[in-house]
Design a protein around this ligand. Structure first.
Ligand SMILES: O=C(O)C1=C[C@@H](OP(=O)(O)O)[C@@H](O)[C@H](O)C1
Ligand SMILES: C=C(OP(=O)(O)O)C(=O)O
Length: 432
């Protein structure tokens, strides 16, 4: 008789806590997903052993670690604290035969294939059911024209090489990660790589700048003087000892709590200068009614409890959209969010998801071609679906601060970039 598997019991929805008083908290944040996954990949491609310190420990980072190990890199966790993991990384010959799980991580599905194409045999990739729907065509076509062989245009696929490199034209309007993914490995291709973007503007430029800066810091020659063209010279990627900055995008829901509750939230170690798009929160939250100051290395955000709507182009900082939309749903004046049509290819179609979930709670959100219109309307409790999207889940938590009875479905999905979210949020609500 075949064994029967009991039906999995879905986890109960998470009752989002409503704030009964202004929050007053200092919230140290774990490392940036974007910096962690770039630093690990560059360390795996480097010319000797290196270190990545205060790296994020989360589902996306774990998937990157597993992918690099499968390709022959040795990663040893030297220490692990609440500030993150210190990894000792020893590159090895890039091994074929691996099967790589990208989960729902854009940084794994777009950054690892260019490295895997250098393996001594074919490498297969797959991911979560929704990952198969995330756009991959432009980067896979680019890898083909650089000399790789790939048997599909989206996940799942198998890639083999090695690509010689050279010049490639692609449309990266769907995701900056197509450019970053190619740039990160390009120096290891015999001819290097020249990428030319043709099409509507590339989103998330700060993330491309993050890639270019990290490559230059590793001694790679990158010419980006011409708009939409990047040239990476072939050569070694220097082994380094890198410390990861706190994840400023993950600061968003915590800082939003200061606005919504009329409280004060302090984030320690906010970098003076950074390529992280989360730095734009300083201006965005100010526009929505916050007072934002620096105190030494801290960023301090205070709110009045009144949220003002805003008209903002979030093209460069799309990953902040769910939090900004949640704030807009609680604002006293209308908001218009523009420039983010590419969010339809994120963890879920974020524009549809945000409009649906805000309206489900009685709100007034309308999807436009490239964003959202959100008008003030009294919200009520109900289930806020997260669509396996960590930032949808935290957007539900932000709305729950002001609206009693909000229940977030699958809060555990926050583990994609912030596994401690529930504990941190609970501590925030207990702070006074
Ligand atoms: O390179 C990166 O680390 C990222 C780039 C951006 O992707 P898109 O350009 O696809 O928006 C961003 O939204 C994502 O969260 C992280
Ligand atoms: C778009 C995001 O993630 P990914 O790296 O999977 O694209 C995000 O974290 O908001």
């Amino acid at each position: 008789m075949p064994a029967t598997t009991p039906a999995a019991t879905p986890a109960p929805h998470w009752p989002a806590p409503t704030a009964t008083a202004p929050v007053a908290a200092t919230v140290p944040l774990p490392g940036s997903k974007s910096v962690t996954n770039r630093a690990l990949l560059l360390a795996a491609l480097a010319d000797g052993p290196g270190a990545v310190r205060q790296a994020l420990r989360s589902r996306d980072a774990d998937l990157m670690v597993a992918a690099l190990r499968a390709l022959g890199t040795t990663l040893e966790a030297v220490s692990e604290t609440s500030a993150g993991v210190d990894w000792a990384v020893t590159p090895g010959p890039i091994r074929g035969g691996a099967r790589i799980d990208a989960g729902l991580a854009g940084t794994v599905m777009r950054f690892v294939p260019p490295m895997a194409a250098l393996a001594d045999g074919p490498v297969s990739f797959d991911g979560d059911p929704h990952a198969r729907k995330r756009p991959m065509g432009p980067i896979l076509d680019a890898l083909r024209s650089l000399g790789a062989r790939i048997d599909n245009d989206a996940l799942p696929f198998t890639i083999s090489g090695p690509p010689a490199g050279g010049e490639v034209t692609l449309d990266a309007s769907g995701s900056s990660q197509f450019v970053s993914g190619l740039l990160l490995t390009a120096a290891r291709y015999e001819k290097g790589v020249t990428i030319r973007h043709v099409g509507p503007p590339v989103p998330s430029q700060p993330h491309i700048e993050m890639t270019v800066e990290m490559l230059r810091a590793a001694g790679v020659t990158v010419d980006d003087h011409e708009r939409d063209v990047w040239r990476v010279e072939p050569g070694p990627i220097a082994a380094r000892d890198v410390t990861v900055e706190p994840d400023l995008s993950n600061a968003a829901p915590f800082l939003a709590a200061a606005l919504v509750t009329g409280g004060k939230v302090t984030i320690p170690c906010w970098p003076e200068r950074t390529t992280q798009p989360g730095d734009a929160l300083r201006g965005l939250l100010t526009a929505m009614g916050a007072t934002v100051t620096r105190s030494g290395a801290d960023l301090v955000v205070t709110g009045t409890g009144q949220v003002t709507g805003l008209d903002a182009d979030l093209h460069e900082v799309g990953e902040l959209t769910p939090t900004i939309a949640a704030l807009a749903a609680l604002a006293g004046t209308p908001s218009r969010i523009r420039g983010v049509s590419h969010l339809r290819g994120h963890e879920t179609d974020r524009l549809a998801a945000l409009a649906t979930e805000i309206n489900r709670l009685g709100g007034d959100a309308e999807e436009t071609d490239d964003g959202l219109l959100i008008r003030p309307r009294q919200l009520h409790g109900g289930v806020f679906h997260s669509y396996d999207d960590h930032r949808m889940a935290t957007a539900g938590a932000v709305i729950g601060l002001a609206v009693p009875g909000v229940e977030v479905e699958n809060i555990a999905t926050t583990a994609k970039t912030l596994p401690e979210f529930v504990q941190m949020w609970t501590a925030l609500l207990e702070s006074r």
